[in-house]
Design a protein. Sequence first.
Length: 414
Amino acid sequence: MYLSIMKGLPTLLLLCSTALLCSAAPAVEPVTCSEDGGAAAARMAAHHIDEKHDHGYKFKLSEIKGNKVEKVDDGCEIELQLDLMETTCHNINPKHFEDCMIRGETQRAVMANCSVRINVINGDAKVRNYHCDTRQVKTDSEMVSICTDCPNLISLHDPEGMKSVKEAVQRVNENTTNQNYFILKDVGRIKIGWTMTGMNYWAEIALVESHCRMGSRILPEACKPLCPDRARHALCHSSYSKSKGLMSVECDYYPPMNSTALGDGEREPICRHHGGRGPPDHDGPGGRGPPDRDGPRGRGPPDSDGPRGRGPPDHDGPGGRGPPDHDGPGGRGPPDHDGPGGRGPPPPTGGDDGGPPPPADGGPPDQERQRHRAQFHRLHCHGSDAAIHPICPWPRPEPRPEPRGPRLNPREEA
């Protein structure tokens, strides 16, 4: 069911998923110490990574690069080298990660090279630890030789990109069919590219239902999310023109896992939320990033390279939204850019890591940049590429304790 709100050119198109058909995750085969048990161990590792991944997109096992088995008393230790690929399913999508579609190369595919250690003792297999190196499959310069006008991924903290995200959330909250306001949970990705209207931004954002009733006097930005199992979630794709503002927003809604009605006088429970709003912090060297979370398989938002894919626009007909899909059937290509500015994406706005551009004369002041910078949760790990959500190492290191009392200078310590 679609709900459209027309305000001139900008269009809000909301896809309401009223029900999800879910099924149990496929059973994982027993992991043994035999040399030919690598496939079962790799699948178990992928399930474990997906279970711990709490933001960004789900990853899917692509290839087993190495499988080393060392026999020990009462069992063995298995060391795996795995290649995982990012899928088009966001973490809030209840679809099982093994049923999700992997992004095409021209959709700016993301991969993770993971080292996983598994202990098998008396037939009981457990993942001991893993760490992953998450990166884009192709760099911006490599993509130019493949697709000259494919949009580029930019930093999840980009000020103009975050401005488009903020306006998209505001537009969603103009939908009066929702009972409560939605707030930003996660910025999935932001793309930038040239179109006939000039510079365009295409964002994918995850929203969560808040405790604030629609029409209340509380600003949506001050609202707190409902408990994860009682909240509706939404994955939204927005199109934003730097010259014309927000063009469109399209959302897929997921019903809460717990739809039990509250009793008379009963209030919504208050939960401690581990997931933050916005992208992870990426300014640490060589950090890892978000993993995937295992969930029941169901109908989630359509994969973006499918027939009604969101995000990149279908450019063979009117009304295309966002950057083009190039690897789907029918060979949908990028928009024709025969207007001023030429073809292809704009030059990177930041450093080599895709981070936000440095302050420049005539640019927005620091206050303006900070106002559109996404909030994020400190539990999310660091990553070297500010444009993507990486897979975080597990177990995550314990936070360093804060020093107590005044610190003595070297002479006093001596």
